[in-house]
Design a protein around this ligand. Structure first.
Ligand SMILES: Cc1cc2nc3c(=O)[nH]c(=O)nc-3n(C[C@H](O)[C@H](O)[C@H](O)COP(=O)(O)OP(=O)(O)OC[C@H]3O[C@@H](n4cnc5c(N)ncnc54)[C@H](O)[C@@H]3O)c2cc1C
Length: 464
């Protein structure tokens, strides 16, 4: 019986020839070998939280939701070995039980670890890199079903490619992650004038461990999320405040406003101003994994671009002006986040201090003209689109934005010479296997504030 696979936003779907659900590495290898014998291509999927067609195939989908075990925890070194299908919420809860945590997280935890890493999923904080930078090693099932062990010492190029692979190298079955001692975060959310925040942006980002700006369209206000790590005891917000903030404002109210804006576009600016009038200060102090992650019940689609950090304020202003000038019925905030550079070949933060600018639109709204206009701005900043979020780029437009593009392609040609893990998305954004699609130049020096030895993954060399 044909089964339809759908992503979280329910805007991408396919009818694969089969969906495999291996429970261990051996079954995973067999599933890939079987697909090969039957002439099927393969796509690994996690939680389907990507907005693009990255998971779609008419071949075999490999769903690893039955591979979620924590295999080994070394609390001394912080090295943790897990099955790749583990969901982030399960992983962080397990880590917490062992006194450990992920160094940083994004704003939900429903993704699978493999899916989050494959697209360079990130949080915010200028001293922290995206999640994939903490991958010390992994095991990858290739097109024949053979499993190869990858880490920096064995094969440095494969390690830099596999950390952010967009699922184009094979199916990763296990990761070894470097984790940090568990910590708590004090986060303050407050509404402030946009001019004030953008004038002080560099200081605000530098003086907080995690700093994020949410510009409310059609208003002169931004909501800032400002977090510091702390040893103070947890102090959960009051139930009423939590209900108002997490249920009403972030979900029910936002959803109602967005749908009103979609149905009556002319009302969007007034709705936006009314929304900004009911947002108050909100504080949370708790374990990192609880403070980072939030419920997102309003379904939306999203585009996010990684641009050089130095253009953050200017780019945000241009997108605000775009929305205001065209009176676009957009009610989701424009989001601005920050990360340190890293050295994974396809990391959106490869080699540069990065600002991430994201725009969202509620599902069923017409998003394309808006996103294309934002993309045109991001192109001027040499922007790199999030691999799991909407964009209109191709291998031809992306290659020059990644200094190590050819190195990734060389690893891809080595690990998947026949393109078994290529689908329409991969063909579009990475090109065919073995094609000469990019510059072969040397990588520039990393432009970040981090110590070079950390960025270059010396940690991995200490793994035993
Ligand atoms: C509500 C919401 C909030 C989000 N918040 C953030 C955020 O704060 N920060 C951010 O950066 N992103 C964010 N995202 C984007 C999201 O983190 C990425 O799209 C992520 O890839 C989704 O993980 P997933 O498990 O759903 O992967 P999927 O979407 O299922 O797959 C993503 C990619 O991973 C590949 N893949 C999956 N498993 C494997 C495997 N075992 N081996 C190799 N490749 C594999 C797939 O083939 C695909 O290319 C958000 C998305 C949503 C819907």
């Amino acid at each position: 019986m044909a089964v339809t696979w759908r992503n979280w936003a329910r805007q991408q779907s396919c009818t694969p020839a089969r969906i495999e659900r291996p429970a261990n590495e051996e079954q995973l290898s067999e599933a890939i070998a079987r697909a090969g014998r039957d002439g099927l291509r393969v796509r690994p999927v996690g939680s389907g939280h990507s907005f693009t067609d990255t998971c779609l195939t008419d071949g075999a989908i490999v769903d690893q939701s039955a591979m979620q075990r924590v295999l080994d925890v070394d609390t001394e070194s912080g090295l943790v070995k897990v099955e790749a299908g583990i969901k982030l919420h399960r992983l962080t809860a397990e880590l917490h039980r062992h006194g450990l945590a992920l160094e940083n997280q994004g704003d939900i935890d429903k993704q699978s670890l493999a899916g989050a890493l494959a697209t360079a999923t990130h949080g915010t904080g200028e001293r922290f890199r995206n999640l994939s930078a903490n991958v010390v090693g992994c095991r990858l099932a290739t097109a024949t079903g053979e499993v190869v062990e990858i880490d920096e010492a064995r094969d440095a190029d494969a390690w830099r490619a596999a950390r952010v692979s967009v699922g184009a190298l094979g199916v990763i079955s296990q990761y070894t992650l470097r984790c940090v001692p568990a910590f708590r975060i004090h986060r303050v959310d407050e509404l402030r004038p946009v001019t004030e925040v953008l004038a002080e942006l560099d200081e605000l980002v530098a003086e907080h461990d995690h700093f994020e700006v949410l510009a409310l369209p059609h208003t002169d206000k931004v909501l800032t999320y400002a977090s510091r790590r702390t040893d103070r005891p947890a102090a959960p917000p009051g139930r009423l405040a939590a209900w108002w903030n997490d249920d009403v404002l972030s979900n029910v109210g936002l959803g109602a406003a967005c749908h009103l804006g979609r149905l009556v576009p002319g009302a969007a600016p007034r709705v936006a101003r009314a929304m900004s009038g009911v947002i108050g200060r909100y504080e949370q102090l708790g374990d990192s994994h609880r403070v980072y992650a939030h419920e997102r019940r309003v379904r939306f689609t999203e585009m996010e671009y990684a641009i050089p950090r130095t253009y953050a304020a200017e780019a945000l202003q241009r997108v605000r002006v775009l929305i205001a000038d065209r009176r676009l019925p957009v009610l989701f905030p424009v989001e601005l986040r920050f990360t340190a550079p890293d050295d994974a070949f396809l990391s959106t933060a490869h080699g540069r201090d990065t600002a991430y600018l994201a725009v969202h639109h509620v599902v069923r709204a017409e998003y394309e003209a808006f996103f294309r206009a934002v993309e045109a701005i991001m192109d001027e900043y040499d922007g790199r689109p999030h691999w799991g979020k909407r964009h209109f780029q191709t291998a031809a437009t992306l290659a020059a934005r990644y200094p190590a593009w050819q190195k990734f392609q060389a690893v891809r040609a080595r690990l998947d010479p026949d393109g078994m893990f290529t689908n329409d998305y991969i063909a579009r954004v990475l090109g065919p296997v073995g094609a000469d699609t990019g510059p072969s130049g040397t990588e520039p020096a990393l432009l970040g504030k981090q110590h070079e030895d950390t960025v270059l993954g010396d940690d991995a060399r200490r793994e035993t």
